[in-house]
Design a binder for this molecule. Structure first.
Ligand SMILES: Cc1ncc(COP(=O)(O)O)c(C=O)c1O
Length: 397
C-alpha cells in the first residue's frame, strides 16, 4: 500500500523552498524591497501583521451612528465564519449581531428592522463564493451603515463597493504569504493614518523562517516531518497564524506592526504565480466535481467562483473530517465545533444556539476540499475511492 500523502487545506501549500529562501534573504536585508503591490485610486491602503489587527483598528476608529444610545456600537457578522472576524470587535467594546447564512454558508442580508439597530456590516465570501455586494451597499446607504468586505477567501482587486476591504494572507487563505493582511478604506471614512511601529528584526526573521520550516517538513510530513514545526513552536520561534491565546479569545490587540518585508516578498511571488495557481484550482475543482457528483449528486457539491475550495455536503461534517484525517486528508477541523468553522464555538462569543439555523446547518454538514497546488488528481481519485467504498461516511449510518 502506498503511504498516505498530505492533502491539506492548510499550511499555505503554494510556498516553495525558493520562496522560503528568498524570504530569509529579505529578512537579512538582501535584495531590493518589494514595490507596492496593489493600489486603487481614492483608497487609503495600509499593511497589517494580521487581518484581525486591521479589524481592531476599524473597530477603534469607525464613526458610529449612536443608534443604540448608551449601548455599545453593534456590527452584523455572519454566524458561519472564523471567530477572529468577531473577536477584534468584541475586544474594542462592540457587540456582535450574528447574521444567518444559507446552507452553503453565504450570509443573508438582514431585514430593515435589524439593519436599524446596527452601525456596521461585515460580509465574507465563504470558501471563495463571491457574494454580490450591490444589495448590501444599497442597504448600508439607506440605513447609514459602514460596509466592510472581507476578501480572505476570495482575493480580488475589483473597484471598492464597500467602505473598507480587508485582505488576509494567512496560511490557509486564497492568497497567502504566511501571515499578514491589508486594509483598503475610502478616504471619505476619514480614518486616521495608522501609526504603527515597524516590525522588529527578530519578528522579521521569525516570520521569514516560518515558511522555511514548513517547506522543509512538508515533503516528509507523514514520516515525522510535522515534528519540526511543533518543536519550533514549542521553542517560541514560530509565530503561528492562530496562537493558543487566539483560540481562547484572549488575544490582546496591543502589539501592532506593519506587514514585514518578508511578507511583501512572498506576496509578490504569490501574486506573480496567481494566474497559474488559478488554472490548477480550476482543474482540481472540475476533477472533484467529476469524481464526486456521481456519488453525492450535484445538489451536494458546489464549485465556488474563486475555486478556493470545493464544498461537499455530508451527513456529519465533524465525523467526516476526523475520518478523512486518518487517511491523510487534512480538511481542517474548522467545521468541528457546533457553529464556528474556526474551531471556536461562537457561543463563547455570545451566540445563542438556534439563533441562526442556516449557519448551524452549514457548520454541521459542509466540508471543504482542497484545490491548492499540492493537491493532485491522484488525491482526488483516492478520495473518491474512499467515499465509494464507505470508508469516508458521506451519508449518516
Ligand atoms: C474570513 C476570514 N477573515 C479574516 C480572518 C483573519 O485573518 P488573519 O489570520 O490574517 O487575522 C480569517 C481567518 O483567519 C478568516 O477566515
Amino acid at each position: 500500500m502506498t503511504p498516505p500523502q498530505l492533502v491539506s487545506n492548510m499550511l499555505a501549500p503554494q510556498f516553495s523552498l525558493t520562496s522560503a529562501l528568498g524570504a530569509v534573504g529579505a529578512a537579512l536585508g538582501w535584495g531590493a524591497a518589494a514595490a507596492p503591490l496593489l493600489a486603487q485610486p481614492g483608497v487609503d491602503w495600509s499593511w497589517w501583521r494580521q487581518a484581525r489587527e486591521a479589524l481592531a483598528y476599524l473597530a477603534q476608529h469607525l464613526p458610529t451612528r449612536g443608534v443604540t444610545s448608551g449601548q455599545p456600537p453593534r456590527i452584523g457578522i455572519p454566524a458561519y465564519t472564523c471567530a477572529v472576524t468577531a473577536t477584534p470587535w468584541l475586544s474594542q467594546g462592540w457587540s456582535v449581531h450574528w447574521l444567518d447564512t444559507d446552507h452553503w454558508g453565504r450570509v443573508q442580508l438582514p431585514t430593515p428592522p435589524t439593519l436599524q439597530t446596527l452601525d456596521a456590516l461585515l460580509v465574507i465570501h465563504p470558501w471563495g463564493q463571491r457574494l454580490d455586494l450591490t444589495p448590501w451597499r444599497t442597504a448600508a446607504d439607506t440605513h447609514g451603515l459602514t460596509l466592510i468586505e472581507d476578501c480572505a477567501h476570495a482575493h480580488h482587486t475589483d473597484p471598492l463597493v464597500a467602505d473598507a476591504r480587508l485582505y488576509s494572507w494567512g496560511r490557509e487563505k486564497d492568497l497567502s504569504c504566511v501571515a499578514g493582511g491589508a486594509l483598503a478604506t475610502r478616504h471619505t471614512l476619514g480614518l486616521p493614518t495608522p501609526q504603527l511601529p515597524p516590525p522588529s528584526q527578530r519578528w522579521q526573521v521569525l516570520h521569514a523562517l516560518q515558511p522555511l520550516w514548513y517547506s522543509l517538513s512538508l515533503p516528509w510530513w507523514h514520516w515525522g516531518g510535522a515534528l519540526l514545526p511543533k518543536c519550533i513552536q514549542a521553542l517560541g520561534l514560530l509565530p503561528l497564524a492562530v496562537s493558543p491565546t487566539e483560540r481562547t479569545n484572549t488575544e490582546p490587540y496591543t502589539t501592532r506592526a506593519t506587514l514585514g518585508l518578508t511578507q511583501r516578498r512572498i506576496l509578490q511571488q504569490a501574486l506573480h504565480r496567481q494566474p497559474y495557481v488559478r488554472q490548477h484550482r480550476l482543474q482540481l475543482s472540475a476533477a472533484w466535481a467529476a469524481a464526486l457528483t456521481p456519488l453525492v449528486g450535484s445538489d451536494n457539491l458546489r464549485q465556488t467562483d474563486h475555486h478556493h475550495r470545493v464544498l461537499l455536503r455530508v451527513a456529519d461534517a465533524p465525523t467526516f473530517v476526523t475520518t478523512a484525517k486518518r487517511h491523510g486528508f487534512h480538511l481542517v477541523d474548522w467545521q468541528g465545533s457546533p457553529i464556528a468553522p474556526a474551531g471556536t464555538d461562537l457561543t463563547q462569543l455570545g451566540y445563542v444556539h438556534g439563533q441562526c439555523q442556516g449557519a448551524e446547518h452549514a457548520a454541521q454538514t459542509l466540508v471543504t476540499l482542497p484545490t491548492n497546488p499540492r493537491t493532485r488528481l491522484s488525491d482526488v481519485t483516492r478520495f473518491a475511492t474512499l467515499c465509494r467504498d464507505g470508508t469516508l461516511p458521506l451519508a449518516s449510518t
